[in-house]
Write a protein that binds this ligand. Structure first.
Ligand code: MN
Length: 204
């Protein structure tokens, strides 16, 4: 399986990192070795001094597809979870400045936390209005809603599938809202969709 991530999908996060607003979705991929195994803590890598959390809604692909039109996209993801796109921000800044690919800063081992549970799409009243949040040590640090995404789920699935065949089990990280920040050892991160706790993980 692969993890496809969308960058710059929330206006206020684009502003906080002083990035340009893209004309098309920004895409990068993490390999399956990026996944933190279930039950493991989040180990910080030794090659960065500024590792950030980014809390994101995650689509799980339930059907193989390529060149999926937007109006058919809903048939290809059946459930939605929550994840953390862990980013070595210092390294990413260097790579960006040089116009180099982001992989070392974004796709390293244990750079993807994903909730154990995924919620069926049919359980949501409106998937384009899903609230989610991240607490660190019990304090809310990020709050987002899928209503504020620049590109909605169906548009993302359609766009991605023009370039990459989507397979059953692939995950799509749909971008982070504002409020990203630095991770420190011993922080406890807990992610929520609405009031429902989706993951709880300690930083090591
Ligand atoms: Mn991200």
């Amino acid at each position: 399986m692969k993890i496809i991530c969308i960058g710059r999908n929330y206006a206020r996060h684009i502003e906080e990192l002083q990035n340009e607003r893209p004309e098309e979705p920004v895409i990068f991929i993490k390999p399956d070795t990026a996944l933190v195994p279930k039950g493991n803590p989040l180990f910080l890598p030794d090659f960065s001094n500024n590792v950030h959390y980014e809390t994101e809604l995650v689509l799980k692909i339930g059907r193989t597809g390529k060149a999926i039109p937007p109006h058919k996209a809903r048939e290809y993801y059946r459930s939605i979870g929550l994840g953390l796109d862990i980013t070595a921000r210092d390294l990413q800044k260097k790579l960006k400045e040089k116009g180099l690919p982001w992989e070392k800063a974004k796709a390293f081992d244990f750079s993807a936390v994903v909730s154990r549970e995924f919620i069926p799409v049919s359980d949501f009243k409106d998937i384009n209005n899903i609230d989610f949040s991240l607490q660190i040590n019990g304090k809310t640090v990020q709050e987002g809603s899928s209503s504020r995404m620049l590109w909605k789920f169906d548009e993302l699935v359609s766009y991605i599938s023009r370039f990459f065949t989507l397979r059953v089990g692939d995950l799509i990280f749909t971008g982070t809202p504002e409020g990203v920040g630095r991770l420190e050892r011993d922080m406890i991160l807990e992610g929520f969709i609405g009031d429902k706790s989706m993951f709880k993980i300690r930083v090591k």
